[in-house]
Write a protein that binds this ligand. Structure first.
Ligand code: C5P
Length: 403
């Protein structure tokens, strides 16, 4: 996918710039050509000589260089690429991109370009979570800038949290996905898919809620795997610690009612995968103020939640062509799931055992049975990522035949 692609790599001033030589090597191994712009800050961490040696091209550092401008003007530089990749993208360069500041060759190229832009943020966790950076991020996303990472972990500054430059392999995967989507040739290209994931929180009062132990790992992995096959994925995510998968439009919600509303708004779609562990009930008369501790515990009146899967699977003009549900069961898993599939009118149901000790809720592994109207297919225990990839493959095969 990267063979023959021209990448204008903008290296801004963060410690993660030390990972850029490896990124260039991996891009070139895949047949991409890499031309680098190195900011003043970037040059504090990686030398122009290193980048020139690895990219095999001259490095652009100065907006007003007479030689550079006579050979290739900065405007041409910004257009003579298939994508502009900013790695690492510092808080500073994100702020300048948002504001349209063009005070060096990197920011000028970013403002002057008519090409897609992908950024890989990397910075201290407080800088990343600062409302200013998060607001800039939202603006850039709204302008269709592709965002890769950041990851969580130990940061060079000694703090721990979000802010690590995405792994080189993840940046390459994001580029692959981008070009695949652009070419529209993934197995699920142009398919619109809705995925629900995670638990829901049903408030008792402003500080307490009813929920379950769903981690969102399986649903998020399914959204990522479908996006990898070129699908246009909207992920409706309940409260979860899982990061937003790359290349997926994420709508974060809290309650079942919000999840249903967001799911309806994501229609029409071709495929729906309901992996969320939606709470079965909400508190009918949730208090607007915090309930006081008293000698008599409060009575909590529960009312049933809407069934999102069953709603989406109802016959009608907006019914997706393929609707897939999950059935988390303890004991008699397959039989109970068959009944559920029919009751909810979904096409497939993915049944899994969530008995205590199975490790499914919150764990990384899953043992599932794929149940259709005609068939039951039992898979071995796999990583949730592997289950997601296998399921995405099955959906793609099915889509090729029927959609
Ligand atoms: O009825 P049960 O909760 O076991 O059904 C599980 C399936 O139904 C899952 O696919 C889940 O996402 C979906 N579901 C839903 N809305 C609900 C309850 C379950 O979409 N309120």
């Amino acid at each position: 996918m990267l063979n023959g692609k021209r990448i204008l790599l903008i290296v801004a001033g963060g410690i993660a710039a030390v990972k850029v030589p490896d990124l260039i090597r991996r891009l070139r191994e895949r047949g991409a050509s890499v031309r680098c712009i190195l900011t003043k800050g970037g040059a504090q961490f990686v030398t122009p000589l290193t980048l020139a040696a690895l990219s095999g091209q001259k490095i652009y550092q100065d907006l007003f260089s007479l030689t550079d401008e006579s050979e290739m003007g900065h405007i041409q530089l910004s257009r003579d690429a298939d994508i502009l990749l900013v790695a690492p993208a510092t808080a500073d360069i994100m702020a300048k991109m948002t504001a349209g500041i063009a005070d060096d060759i990197a920011t000028t190229a970013l403002l002057a370009t008519d090409k897609p832009v992908m950024i890989c943020p990397s910075m201290n966790v407080m800088m990343w979570t600062h409302p200013a950076t998060q607001a800039n991020l939202e603006t850039l996303k709204a302008r269709s800038v592709e965002i890769v990472g950041p990851g969580a972990g130990d940061l060079a500054c000694g703090e721990v949290g979000d802010g690590r430059l995405a792994e080189v392999k993840d940046i390459i995967a994001a580029l692959n996905r981008f070009f695949q989507r652009q070419r529209g040739d993934g197995a699920l290209a142009r398919m619109r898919v809705l995925v629900t994931s995670g638990p829901t929180h049903e408030p008792i009062d402003p500080v307490r809620y009813i929920s379950n132990r769903s981690s969102g790992k399986q649903g998020h992995a399914i959204a990522a795997a479908l996006a990898n096959l070129g699908a246009q994925v909207t992920l409706i995510a309940g409260p979860t610690a899982e990061p937003d998968p790359d290349g997926v439009a994420v709508v974060r919600v809290e309650t079942a009612a919000q999840m249903l509303k967001a799911s309806r708004e994501a229609l029409p779609c071709d495929i729906a995968v309901c992996a969320a562990a939606v709470a079965d009930w909400h508190v009918a008369d949730a208090s607007k103020t915090k309930l006081k501790k008293s000698t008599t515990p409060p009575r909590i009146n529960l009312a049933p939640n809407p069934d999102i899967l069953a709603t989406l699977a109802q016959p009608g003009p907006q019914r997706p062509l393929l609707v897939i549900g999950f059935a988390a069961e303890t004991g008699d898993v397959i039989e109970k799931a068959k009944v559920k599939r029919a009751a909810k009118n979904c096409d497939w149901i993915i049944a899994n055992d969530v008995s205590p000790g199975s490790g499914t809720f919150g764990g990384d592994d899953n043992t599932v049975h794929v149940i259709t109207a005609q068939n039951v297919e039992s898979w071995p225990t796999l990583k949730k990522r592997e289950v997601a990839e296998k399921l995405a493959g099955l959906i793609a095969t099915h889509a090729a035949k029927f959609l």
